[in-house]
Design a protein around this ligand. Structure first.
Ligand SMILES: [Mg+2]
Length: 171
């Protein structure tokens, strides 16, 4: 059984672009908090990205750029896998978060130890996806959601952190 940190990408690993997609390397700016968190945790956990990228099927983000960027993450941060959904919401696919098809595939492929693993995200969509498979969800406030948004949420995160640099998941 493998301890794993699942991560949303935009607003978690890289700086959140308000209502915009990352379309080129210049727009991909790594969060310094993620970098610190990664240094501390990489040897203890697998790191797997689960990301919605509707910009691909909207024709805003090129698939080849998305793959180049994912390969960069795999090389530079030793990310173990990147699972992505390219579909637009109206396509009603089975993989777009909050649906959990991608997450389930990853859990099976890597024999993930759910009890000792976490999902880190910046939105309610991430929370619903994580909790639907029983993963502890950690909300980071560097992205889409603000602390006051959480009051309106029906389900609550396991933990909320301002920035990933202040988070330690090493027991
Ligand atoms: Mg996000």
């Amino acid at each position: 059984m493998v301890k794993t940190i699942f991560l949303d990408r935009d607003g978690v690993i890289n700086k959140y672009l308000n209502q915009d997609y990352v379309k080129c390397f210049e727009e991909f700016v790594v969060e310094s908090g993620f970098l610190e968190f990664w240094k501390l945790h990489k040897k203890h956990y697998k790191f797997i990205v689960i990301t919605n990228q509707a910009g691909i099927n909207k024709g805003i983000v090129s698939l080849s750029f998305f793959i180049d960027l994912s390969m960069f993450l795999i090389r530079e941060f030793l990310i173990d896998a990147v699972y992505f959904c390219p579909h637009r919401e109206e396509e009603n696919c089975r993989c777009r978060k909050p649906k959990n098809l991608l997450l389930k595939k990853a859990i099976e492929r890597f024999s993930v130890d759910i009890e000792n693993s976490y999902f880190i995200g910046d939105s309610y969509t991430d929370l619903e996806c994580a909790q639907s498979v029983g993963l502890s969800f950690i909300l980071v406030l560097t992205g889409k959601s603000k602390l006051e948004d959480v009051n309106k949420w029906e389900k609550k995160p396991y933990k909320i952190v301002e920035n990933l640099s202040r988070l330690s998941l090493i027991k």
